[in-house]
Write a protein that binds this ligand. Structure first.
Ligand code: PLP
Length: 394
């Protein structure tokens, strides 16, 4: 992709976004759904273009692509779904109904089903609400400061509970029990464990650790391996993954029951892009990827070097939007301003980046700018560096 720079900026050709009335932006924030998702590689894009040349039967394609993913990741079984949020709702629906057609058609009416989903109190987080789509209710085990074995055992009542929900990135937080222990408690009661591991995909060979530690189902979001923003997959035990396939969007018109999952629809382009990007993720030279980020970080940091009162430090910006200093794998630059030596605030520089053409979006955090490079189109760091330099020029 050609990124307009320097003098070209004024005469940058109108993009499809301009034609729709909203200018495009240069992404200095990272992978965000509100910015339309990650940057896709040319080969992933090519696979999606190729998918447009033919139609295909979606059910067999979901089966064969699921086998490919399972083989790649090291899972018993896998099924592509439109993202991790959809994965939460579909996995909950699968565990609630266990493939019972009448129950699937009735959701979110859950009378007569084991309608509780249990989670440790310390794992309360924003995506939990996807459970409610199905009509299930959430029951918290323990308190915000901790969950004991006895508390989890008491909450996991096999008469009432259809699924134990574990948030992968919150493992061990707030006094919660680790996955292997919690999943074994659930398993002893015949209750399946589902793990949201949406962004826990690096290093790639570790993606199987959740099922290895006792999860029955695990989900990942394709947005975090530079796949389509509307992609992802559920992996795990063959029988439960098959049940997911019975509640998803397929066969709504042609099958015997009206499926709960119809609103979580996938198209063949997203499916193909999800798998192509995952294959690329497993085959990628990740050291080169980190080295590329480090170079982009330096390019941007160098652009403000020597400006009085402005300093730029390489940082690692985490998926949970915190900053780690002195990381061996920087993916962002923190630009801070000394009010005594620099006449403008971070908010004013932030605004100047936004107001230029094209717009550059970066984080404004705790009185500093944080510029992430890991979702920029290739070469965009040069434009960001130039624009930052202009924005701090006095
Ligand atoms: C982004 C995210 C999700 C939602 O994934 P989508 O694919 O965007 O639906 C769920 N859980 C976590 C931890 C996430 O970061």
């Amino acid at each position: 992709m050609k990124i307009p720079v320097g003098k070209e900026e004024a005469s940058a050709p109108a993009t499809v976004f301009d034609r729709l009335g909203t200018p495009s932006v240069v992404n200095g924030k990272g992978v965000y759904t509100d910015l339309g998702g990650a940057y896709l590689s040319p080969s992933v894009w090519e696979a999606m273009t190729e998918a447009n040349r033919h139609c295909v039967e979606m059910v067999p394609l979901l089966e064969s692509s699921g086998r490919r993913i399972a083989e790649l990741v090291g899972l018993e079984s896998a099924w592509v779904v439109p993202g991790a949020s959809a994965a939460i709702a579909l996995s909950t629906a699968a565990c609630l109904t266990r493939g019972d057609g009448a129950a699937i058609e009735r959701l979110p009416e859950t009378t007569g089903l084991k309608r509780e989903v249990v989670i440790q109190s310390g794992h309360r987080y924003k995506y939990l609400r996807m459970v409610w789509f199905t009509g299930a209710t959430v029951r918290y085990a323990g308190s915000e400061t901790g969950t004991s074995r006895a508390q989890l055992e008491a909450a996991l009542d096999p008469e009432k509970v259809s699924m134990f929900f574990f948030v992968g990135h919150l493992e061990g937080r707030n006094g919660s029990l680790p996955l292997s222990e919690a999943a074994s408690i659930a398993r002893a009661r015949g209750i399946p464990t589902f793990v949201d591991a949406a962004f826990l995909n690096y290093p790639p060979p570790t993606m199987r650790r959740f099922t290895d530690q006792g999860a029955d189902l695990v989900c990942f979001s394709a947005k975090y391996w530079y796949g389509p923003n509307g992609g992802g997959f559920i992996g795990g035990k063959r029988d439960l993954v098959r049940t997911v396939s019975q509640v998803d969007f397929t066969r709504f018109e042609s099958g015997p029951v009206l499926r709960f999952g119809r609103a979580f629809k996938l198209d063949r382009f997203t499916l193909v892009g999800t798998v192509a990007a995952l294959e690329e993720w497993f085959g990628m030279d990740h050291r080169a990827r980190w080295a590329g980020y480090a170079r982009a970080v330096s390019t941007i940091a160098d652009s403000v070097r020597g400006v009085p009162g402005v300093s730029a430090e390489p940082m690692f910006f985490t998926m949970e939007e915190t900053l780690e200093r002195e990381s061996a794998t920087p993916n962002s630059v923190r630009v801070s301003f000394d009010g005594k030596r620099f006449p403008r605030s971070a908010a004013q520089v932030h605004q100047a980046l936004w107001e230029g053409n094209p717009r550059v979006v970066v984080h404004l955090m705790d009185g500093a700018l944080v510029i992430a490079v890991d979702a920029m189109a290739p070469g965009a760091e040069d434009l960001v560096a130039r624009r930052l330099k202009d924005a701090v020029a006095t």
